[in-house]
Design a protein around this ligand. Structure first.
Ligand code: PNS
Length: 162
């Protein structure tokens, strides 16, 4: 049985993430989509909100996908969860340097854990949570880039902020 961890901030979940999750759910027996809790990094959505959003979208579609939270070293968490694989989405060459560095450092720390890169569909290759937040904050449309529930929550969030 192969368990894979797909770690990230998911602030918020985009269709690019969902695409990678769908591909991972087809390849691996169990996929743990894990939200990093990082007190140093300010997030738009709280961890609880992100869990709620992600469960709402992923649970009905992917029975072998679990939503979880982690803190500390990723490889330690992977060991605790008996995961053999770390999944990362790679969009463009610009992602490569950072991802390459992380994958090799993780390999040094835990040689038994393999990082697998997945390319989301090309129409999501320019999509990022950061841009989605910026567009939503400035009143632009993020339809087709994020699930509807995320779109709604973004609208609520920035309406409140005004
Ligand atoms: O998609 P993101 O938000 O860039 O995800 C980054 C993440 C969570 C994969 C990375 O920051 C991470 O693994 N953090 C946990 C701490 C850790 O293990 N650091 C050493 C990495 S070599």
């Amino acid at each position: 049985m192969t368990t894979a961890i797909y770690p990230g901030s998911f602030d918020p979940l985009t269709f690019g993430h969902v695409d990678v999750i769908e591909r991972s759910a087809r390849l691996f027996d169990h996929v743990i989509v894990s939200i990093l809790t990082n007190p140093q990094k300010s997030a738009l959505f709280s961890v609880d909100e992100r869990i709620e959003i992600m469960q709402d979208i992923l649970k009905p579609r992917f029975p072998n996908v679990e939503v979880a939270v982690f803190h500390g070293l990723l490889v330690e968490y992977a060991r605790q969860r008996n995961a053999q694989v770390i999944v990362r989405g790679i969009r463009a060459v610009t992602d490569y340097e950072y991802e390459f560095q992380m994958a090799l450092m993780n390999r040094r720390l835990a040689p038994g854990i393999e990082t697998v890169f997945m390319m989301p569909a090309e129409n999501y290759s320019y999509l990022s949570s950061r841009l989605v937040k910026e567009i939503a904050e400035l009143g632009g449309s993020v339809a087709g880039l994020v699930p509807e529930i995320v779109e709604k929550r973004l609208k609520q969030r920035f309406r409140k902020g005004k």
